[in-house]
Design a protein around this ligand. Structure first.
Ligand SMILES: [Zn+2]
Length: 203
Protein backbone atom coordinates (compact mmCIF):
# COMPACT_ATOMS: atom_id res chain seq x y z
CA UNK A 1 0.00 0.00 0.00
CA UNK A 2 1.27 3.45 -0.87
CA UNK A 3 2.32 5.44 2.17
CA UNK A 4 0.42 8.67 2.51
CA UNK A 5 2.55 11.79 2.36
CA UNK A 6 2.00 15.51 2.25
CA UNK A 7 1.33 16.95 -1.23
CA UNK A 8 4.43 17.63 -3.32
CA UNK A 9 4.22 21.41 -2.87
CA UNK A 10 4.32 21.13 0.91
CA UNK A 11 7.23 18.72 0.61
CA UNK A 12 9.01 21.14 -1.70
CA UNK A 13 8.52 24.05 0.71
CA UNK A 14 9.74 21.88 3.60
CA UNK A 15 12.82 20.93 1.58
CA UNK A 16 13.59 24.60 0.80
CA UNK A 17 13.13 25.71 4.42
CA UNK A 18 15.38 22.88 5.60
CA UNK A 19 18.26 24.45 3.67
CA UNK A 20 18.24 27.44 6.02
CA UNK A 21 20.71 27.52 8.91
CA UNK A 22 19.25 26.37 12.20
CA UNK A 23 16.14 24.84 10.59
CA UNK A 24 15.93 21.08 11.00
CA UNK A 25 13.44 18.76 9.26
CA UNK A 26 10.81 19.07 12.02
CA UNK A 27 10.97 22.87 12.18
CA UNK A 28 10.83 23.06 8.39
CA UNK A 29 7.67 20.94 8.33
CA UNK A 30 6.11 22.95 11.15
CA UNK A 31 6.73 26.24 9.33
CA UNK A 32 5.40 24.86 6.04
CA UNK A 33 2.21 23.63 7.72
CA UNK A 34 1.80 26.94 9.55
CA UNK A 35 1.84 28.66 6.19
CA UNK A 36 -0.90 26.33 5.01
CA UNK A 37 -3.06 26.70 8.13
CA UNK A 38 -2.64 30.19 9.42
CA UNK A 39 -4.79 32.79 7.73
CA UNK A 40 -2.56 35.54 9.02
CA UNK A 41 0.68 33.84 8.02
CA UNK A 42 0.98 36.38 5.18
CA UNK A 43 3.32 34.02 3.38
CA UNK A 44 3.49 36.22 0.29
CA UNK A 45 5.04 38.96 2.45
CA UNK A 46 7.64 36.48 3.66
CA UNK A 47 8.32 35.43 0.08
CA UNK A 48 8.61 39.08 -1.02
CA UNK A 49 11.01 39.89 1.83
CA UNK A 50 13.24 36.95 0.89
CA UNK A 51 13.14 37.92 -2.78
CA UNK A 52 13.94 41.57 -2.05
CA UNK A 53 16.96 40.71 0.10
CA UNK A 54 18.30 38.30 -2.49
CA UNK A 55 17.79 40.78 -5.30
CA UNK A 56 18.77 44.11 -3.75
CA UNK A 57 21.28 43.56 -0.97
CA UNK A 58 24.89 43.33 -2.08
CA UNK A 59 28.29 43.85 -0.50
CA UNK A 60 29.61 47.42 -0.37
CA UNK A 61 32.26 47.77 -3.09
CA UNK A 62 34.67 49.27 -0.54
CA UNK A 63 34.22 47.62 2.86
CA UNK A 64 32.05 44.59 2.09
CA UNK A 65 29.19 45.56 4.45
CA UNK A 66 25.60 45.04 3.30
CA UNK A 67 24.02 47.75 1.18
CA UNK A 68 21.53 48.43 -1.60
CA UNK A 69 23.85 51.00 -3.14
CA UNK A 70 27.34 50.65 -4.60
CA UNK A 71 28.83 52.05 -1.40
CA UNK A 72 27.40 51.56 2.10
CA UNK A 73 26.27 54.22 4.58
CA UNK A 74 29.51 54.07 6.57
CA UNK A 75 31.81 54.40 3.54
CA UNK A 76 29.66 57.24 2.15
CA UNK A 77 29.81 59.21 5.42
CA UNK A 78 32.24 62.15 4.95
CA UNK A 79 32.74 62.37 8.73
CA UNK A 80 34.46 58.97 8.58
CA UNK A 81 37.09 60.07 6.08
CA UNK A 82 40.59 60.51 7.39
CA UNK A 83 39.98 58.18 10.34
CA UNK A 84 41.53 54.79 11.04
CA UNK A 85 40.67 51.72 9.00
CA UNK A 86 39.45 48.70 10.97
CA UNK A 87 40.03 45.30 9.32
CA UNK A 88 37.60 42.51 10.22
CA UNK A 89 37.11 38.96 8.99
CA UNK A 90 33.44 39.07 8.08
CA UNK A 91 30.96 41.80 7.16
CA UNK A 92 28.91 40.59 10.15
CA UNK A 93 31.76 41.70 12.46
CA UNK A 94 31.21 45.36 11.52
CA UNK A 95 27.93 45.92 13.37
CA UNK A 96 29.12 44.63 16.78
CA UNK A 97 32.11 47.02 16.58
CA UNK A 98 29.90 49.85 15.41
CA UNK A 99 27.53 49.31 18.34
CA UNK A 100 30.32 49.90 20.84
CA UNK A 101 30.39 53.53 19.67
CA UNK A 102 34.14 53.41 20.34
CA UNK A 103 35.17 53.53 16.70
CA UNK A 104 34.49 56.29 14.17
CA UNK A 105 36.57 55.27 11.19
CA UNK A 106 35.88 52.99 8.27
CA UNK A 107 35.93 49.20 8.03
CA UNK A 108 37.25 46.56 5.66
CA UNK A 109 35.88 43.02 5.70
CA UNK A 110 38.31 40.42 4.34
CA UNK A 111 35.60 37.85 3.68
CA UNK A 112 37.23 35.22 5.89
CA UNK A 113 40.63 34.35 7.33
CA UNK A 114 43.66 32.47 6.15
CA UNK A 115 43.01 28.79 6.82
CA UNK A 116 45.17 26.11 5.22
CA UNK A 117 42.81 23.45 6.56
CA UNK A 118 39.86 24.96 4.73
CA UNK A 119 42.03 25.79 1.69
CA UNK A 120 41.62 29.53 2.20
CA UNK A 121 44.75 31.42 1.17
CA UNK A 122 45.49 35.16 1.00
CA UNK A 123 44.29 35.26 -2.62
CA UNK A 124 40.83 34.12 -1.55
CA UNK A 125 40.43 37.15 0.72
CA UNK A 126 39.93 40.83 -0.08
CA UNK A 127 43.56 41.65 0.70
CA UNK A 128 44.44 43.30 -2.63
CA UNK A 129 41.45 45.62 -2.18
CA UNK A 130 42.66 46.40 1.34
CA UNK A 131 46.14 47.37 0.11
CA UNK A 132 44.56 49.49 -2.61
CA UNK A 133 42.36 51.28 -0.08
CA UNK A 134 45.29 51.96 2.25
CA UNK A 135 47.12 53.50 -0.69
CA UNK A 136 44.14 55.59 -1.82
CA UNK A 137 42.73 56.65 1.54
CA UNK A 138 46.00 56.83 3.51
CA UNK A 139 44.41 56.14 6.91
CA UNK A 140 46.54 57.18 9.90
CA UNK A 141 46.15 53.71 11.41
CA UNK A 142 45.07 50.23 10.38
CA UNK A 143 43.44 48.32 13.24
CA UNK A 144 43.37 44.55 12.88
CA UNK A 145 40.21 43.31 14.61
CA UNK A 146 40.50 39.64 13.73
CA UNK A 147 39.49 36.50 15.61
CA UNK A 148 41.70 35.19 18.38
CA UNK A 149 42.14 31.62 17.06
CA UNK A 150 45.18 30.26 15.26
CA UNK A 151 43.74 31.34 11.91
CA UNK A 152 42.94 34.88 13.04
CA UNK A 153 46.49 35.04 14.35
CA UNK A 154 47.94 33.84 11.05
CA UNK A 155 45.86 36.35 9.11
CA UNK A 156 46.92 39.23 11.38
CA UNK A 157 50.60 38.25 11.06
CA UNK A 158 50.30 38.03 7.29
CA UNK A 159 48.74 41.51 7.05
CA UNK A 160 51.23 43.00 9.50
CA UNK A 161 54.00 41.57 7.30
CA UNK A 162 52.53 43.13 4.17
CA UNK A 163 52.24 46.53 5.86
CA UNK A 164 55.64 46.44 7.51
CA UNK A 165 57.30 48.69 4.97
CA UNK A 166 54.47 51.22 4.78
CA UNK A 167 54.13 54.38 6.85
CA UNK A 168 50.80 53.42 8.33
CA UNK A 169 50.56 52.47 12.01
CA UNK A 170 49.31 48.90 12.35
CA UNK A 171 47.64 47.86 15.60
CA UNK A 172 45.75 44.85 16.88
CA UNK A 173 42.78 44.92 19.19
CA UNK A 174 43.60 43.65 22.67
CA UNK A 175 43.13 40.05 23.62
CA UNK A 176 40.22 39.18 25.84
CA UNK A 177 37.85 38.23 23.08
CA UNK A 178 36.33 34.76 23.39
CA UNK A 179 39.00 32.28 22.31
CA UNK A 180 38.59 31.13 18.74
CA UNK A 181 35.37 33.08 18.47
CA UNK A 182 34.41 35.72 15.99
CA UNK A 183 33.56 39.24 17.02
CA UNK A 184 29.83 38.61 16.76
CA UNK A 185 29.95 36.58 19.97
CA UNK A 186 31.64 39.28 22.02
CA UNK A 187 29.62 41.77 24.07
CA UNK A 188 29.92 45.51 23.54
CA UNK A 189 31.96 46.19 26.66
CA UNK A 190 34.53 43.52 25.77
CA UNK A 191 34.79 44.85 22.22
CA UNK A 192 35.03 48.42 23.38
CA UNK A 193 37.84 47.50 25.80
CA UNK A 194 39.58 45.44 23.14
CA UNK A 195 39.50 48.45 20.81
CA UNK A 196 40.77 50.99 23.33
CA UNK A 197 43.44 48.57 24.58
CA UNK A 198 44.82 47.89 21.10
CA UNK A 199 48.54 47.51 20.67
CA UNK A 200 50.77 48.72 17.86
CA UNK A 201 52.45 45.86 16.03
CA UNK A 202 54.82 47.66 13.66
CA UNK A 203 56.56 50.27 15.79
ZN1 LIG B 1 31.18 50.24 2.96
Amino acid sequence: MKRLEYPARIKELTAQLKRMPGIGPRSAERIALWMVHARDARSSEIADAIGAVAERIRPCSQCGFFTEETVCEICADPARSGGPLCVVEQATDILPLERTGAFRGKYHALGGRISPLEHVGPDDLRIDQLMQRIQNESPPEVILALGTGVEGEATANFLAGLLKASDVIVSRIAQGLPAGGGLENADELTLSRALSGRVTVNS
